[in-house]
Design a binder for this molecule. Structure first.
Ligand code: SAM
Length: 221
């Protein structure tokens, strides 16, 4: 249950020196004003973070994962990469948490530039839709932590969930879809179906995927 993992009482209580010691050496903490900009929600085994790490080496990123053992695995994986590639993979980390409850404890208003929801659990039954990580209510929270211009990336192999995520985003006043040209120009879009362990499994089985990529906007009244 939630009582088994600590939750920071506010974003200023997130210990950056623990997650990114290369950027926040203990004695130097106050001098670094970097903040986490990318969040991979339900990051699983961490494949996306690892791909993004070298693509955006100066951007701090975090994976949020509910399962304890999976989180520990990702921690070990990142530490091993840091050791075998000196100076690299210092910008990624992972935290065990329930993202449906604690996003505002981790991020300030407007702090994030990208959020990822890759192959989230589908929760098929109608009565379980409230457990979906994209919902009208949770989009309010994501709109709060994303800066204007920030992007939400979603992908799934479950058509019904894909339609659900797209329609939640389309109906939310603070998000607009990226155009076809924008999607093609964004190097991150290519990673959605290939970088994570779940995406690779779907690709191996020849499964179809459904993506929705939307930008945080200022609503027109
Ligand atoms: N994104 C990864 C990928 O594409 O390989 C993992 C996909 S997996 C199907 C969904 C992940 O979301 C699981 O690892 C699960 O533990 C995690 N998860 C589910 N609910 C969560 C929550 N409320 N907070 C954080 N993680 C959650």
């Amino acid at each position: 249950s939630d009582s088994h993992f600590p939750v920071p009482i506010s974003p200023s209580h997130v210990d950056y020196s623990l997650h990114y010691p290369h950027f926040f050496p203990p004695a130097d903490q106050v001098n670094c004003s970097k903040k986490i900009q990318f969040a991979d929600i339900g990051c699983g085994f961490g494949g996306l973070l690892i791909s993004l790490s070298t693509l955006f080496p100066e951007v701090l990123m975090i994976g949020m994962e509910l399962r304890d053992k999976v989180t520990e695995y990702v921690k070990e994986r990142i530490l091993a990469l840091r050791v075998s590639n000196p100076g690299q993979y210092q910008n990624i980390s992972v935290v065990r948490t329930n993202s449906m409850k604690y996003i505002p404890n981790y991020f300030e208003n407007g702090q994030l530039t990208k959020m990822f929801f890759l192959f989230p659990d589908p929760h098929f039954k109608e009565k379980n839709h409230r457990r979906r990580v994209i919902s009208p209510h949770l989009l309010d929270e994501y709109a709060y932590v994303l800066g204007v211009g920030g992007i939400i990336y979603t992908i799934t192999d479950v058509e019904e969930l894909g339609e659900w995520m797209r329609s939640c985003l389309e109906n939310h006043p603070m998000f607009e879809a990226l155009t076809k040209e924008e999607l093609e120009a964004d190097p991150v879009v290519k990673l959605l179906s290939s970088a994570t362990e779940e995406g690779q499994k779907v690709a191996r089985n020849g499964g179809q995927t459904f993506q929705a990529v939307f930008r945080r906007i200022v609503p027109t009244s």
